[in-house]
Design a protein around this ligand. Structure first.
Ligand code: PLP
Length: 326
């Protein structure tokens, strides 16, 4: 039964079935189709709601998470928003550990849902809006200390297979259903790599010919084997230039890089031409999909994710021009 025809027992039930839209306006003049899955329409505003539910319910199921136990997570904010929502409903205290370099909107949202937010100073060379792998390592260290101090459950999205399973069980099958399995390629900007890994595993199982591409920021494409020349990119939520244990290399058909300028241009075009008000990583994904259509996959159908909402970046430069028109 579709979500629109039943009463959800809580907001948790409203997670996951997000629409898939053909982005025919931004791909005008290019041969082929870009399809975007609007994960920003999840209740807490991002693709990460799906993994929040999966991680908590799997841990409840196997007894790793006890009633009333504190949950701790390292987050750029979106997983924290998802966990804050799920924990609010289920009655778990939640502590989000986050770099000060991330936009404050998500921290405010978490606090509003009853979470405690611990903000960690960035490393000396990092700047606000640009979260690096070193910043994330600091946040992880702080989170591990908190987990020990409070005898908490660590959601641990960078290592936990449930992150992958959430997308393998839900996003991947929804893509196959919506397209009747007729997909040529998938590309995904990676943070933890869970979205890429789960969808790629599902697609490869269905048809190994579906090509799966990892998207990274230009200058920080370590998974592609490149040296880091610029880790201070704009794309919040990923591109940490660190090894990702969740990604299975045999599922990666190629690596794509996108520059800050490309990301800004496409994120703005998504808003103006498609009416899709999304964050930086959605622009990165669509920019990468357009590259594929302009190159090796001309004429094909490329699937990608619209990861989170543009509302999460009102304090950043992403919408500077729109703010100036006030
Ligand atoms: C806005 C945004 N985009 C992309 C990603 C990357 O997704 P994944 O962790 O599945 O690789 C994240 C992860 O936190 C995110 O918050």
């Amino acid at each position: 039964m579709s979500r629109g025809h039943r009463i959800c027992s809580s907001i948790i039930d409203a997670i996951g079935e997000t629409p898939i839209v053909e982005l025919s306006r931004v791909s005008r003049g290019v041969s082929g189709r870009v399809l975007g899955k609007l994960d920003y329409l999840n209740p807490a505003g991002s693709k990460k709601d799906l993994i929040a539910r999966q991680i908590i319910e799997a841990a409840e199921g196997c007894g790793e998470l006890k009633p009333g136990q504190t949950v701790v997570e390292v987050t750029s904010g979106n997983t924290g928003n998802g966990l804050a929502m799920v924990c609010a409903v289920k009655g778990y205290p939640f502590v989000a550990v986050m770099s000060k370099g991330n936009s404050p909107e998500r921290a405010i949202m978490m606090r509003a849902m009853g979470a405690e937010v611990v903000l960690i100073e960035q490393c000396g060379s990092s700047t606000s809006g640009h979260v690096t792998g070193d910043d994330i390592r600091r946040v992880e260290e702080a989170a591990r200390r908190l987990v020990a101090e409070r005898n908490a459950f660590f959601a641990d999205q960078f290592r936990r297979e449930e992150n992958v399973r959430a997308h393998y069980l839900h996003s991947g099958p929804q893509w196959l259903q919506a397209t009747a399995g007729k997909l040529d390629a998938f590309c995904d900007f990676v943070g933890t790599g869970g979205g890429f890994a789960g969808c790629a595993a599902c697609f490869k199982e269905w048809n190994p010919e579906i090509r799966c591409y990892v998207v990274e920021p230009a200058g920080a494409a370590v998974l592609a084997g490149q040296c880091v020349t610029r880790c201070a990119h704009l794309i919040q939520g990923g591109g940490y230039a660190k090894h990702l244990s969740l990604i299975r290399r045999e599922h990666v058909d190629g690596y794509l890089t996108v520059s800050d300028d490309e990301v800004l241009e496409v994120t703005h075009r998504l808003a103006r031409e498609e009416g899709i008000f999304a964050g930086y990583s959605a622009g990165a994904n669509v920019a990468a999909a357009l590259k594929l259509l302009r190159g090796e996959l001309s004429g094909k159908t490329v699937a990608t994710t619209i990861c989170d909402s543009g509302l999460k970046y009102l304090s950043t430069d992403l919408w500077r021009e729109a703010c100036m028109e006030q």
